[in-house]
Design a protein around this ligand. Structure first.
Ligand code: SAM
Length: 267
């Protein structure tokens, strides 16, 4: 394990939604190490998730519905859109997020990637209504929203209490469907939180929680999922040498920064 990185950067803690509205302009280009690690790992995890979702809908005539929960700028929604889907399947992809700024970037990025047979809708909503109101339905308030065959949700869980996160996730996945969740590892989360450094040199961040892999897996099970696989990832020398993460990744070498859960809804 490496030493915690030292930083003298001033930090401004603001509501998460406002933080992402501000971050949106540079989110895709500011060299974020965690997004780079997520990209590397999803290059194998996402195709395997998609083939599980497809096999849960065996009839070639059946459509496949997918949702990106906390889609942000559509970084990973784009990967769903660009996947080589079987031609005989109708694919419906929904992206949900509460940041208008992030969704505006997503809208511009994703529109040119749409192809025939693939439906895309983006909607703005607070996806975790039980955080503000424990007796609310965990299903986000979005018109015509119903549970789907597969949900991806990348780097979002960090911002949400673990129980609220998994009750919403469970409300969005049909029984027999799949979810792929990635998150900042608690080893990194105990040192740093998601955020960006603005033009004034201030690190702007929203709410963050350092959920462990174990508590996330336990809560997923409580919410009705079978945990098919967990994967943890530290930054390695080779990630920097081979340019998988930028220079800013160097300070994280030897620290676990990322994990994933592959889940199947069983209850
Ligand atoms: C680190 S970004 C990840 C975005 C995208 N999934 C990715 O991997 O690049 C976290 C996203 O979660 C969204 N988010 C956080 N809390 C949310 C909530 N309560 N409802 C909807 N979206 C939320 C933020 O607006 C932001 O776009």
């Amino acid at each position: 394990m490496g030493q915690p990185p030292k930083t003298g950067t001033p930090v401004q803690h603001i509501p998460t939604q406002d933080a992402y509205d501000q971050w949106a302009a540079v989110y895709d280009t500011d060299g974020n190490m965690l997004q780079s690690i997520d990209d590397v790992e999803l290059s194998t995890l996402l195709p395997s998730f998609i083939s599980s979702v497809l096999s849960s809908r065996p009839s070639s005539s059946s459509s496949v519905s997918l949702l990106d929960l906390g889609c942000g700028t559509g970084r990973n929604t784009a990967k769903l859109l660009q996947y080589s889907w079987p031609r005989d399947r109708a694919i419906d992809i929904t992206g949900l997020d509460f940041s208008k700024g992030m969704l505006e970037v997503a809208g511009k990025k994703l529109a040119p990637l749409k192809s025939e047979g693939i439906g895309l809708s983006l909607a703005q909503a607070d996806c975790f209504p039980t955080v503000a109101n424990k007796s609310a339905s965990p299903l986000p308030e979005v018109q015509d929203l119903s549970p789907v065959d597969g949900v991806i949700s990348t780097l979002v869980l960090e911002h949400i209490p673990v129980q609220d996160y998994f009750s919403t996730l469970a409300s969005l996945v049909q029984t027999g469907g799949y979810a792929l969740v990635t998150n900042m590892h608690s080893e990194m989360g105990n040192i740093s939180q998601a955020g960006f450094v603005n033009e004034q040199g201030v690190k702007v961040r929203g709410d963050s929680f350092a959920h462990t892999v174990e508590e996330s897996a336990e809560e997923a099970k409580r919410a009705g999922f079978e945990v098919l696989k967990t994967k943890e990832r530290s930054v390695e020398d080779i990630d920097v040498k081979e340019g998988r993460v930028g220079e800013r990744g160097k300070k994280w070498i030897g620290i676990r920064v990322w994990y994933a859960l592959e889940l199947r809804k069983v209850a």
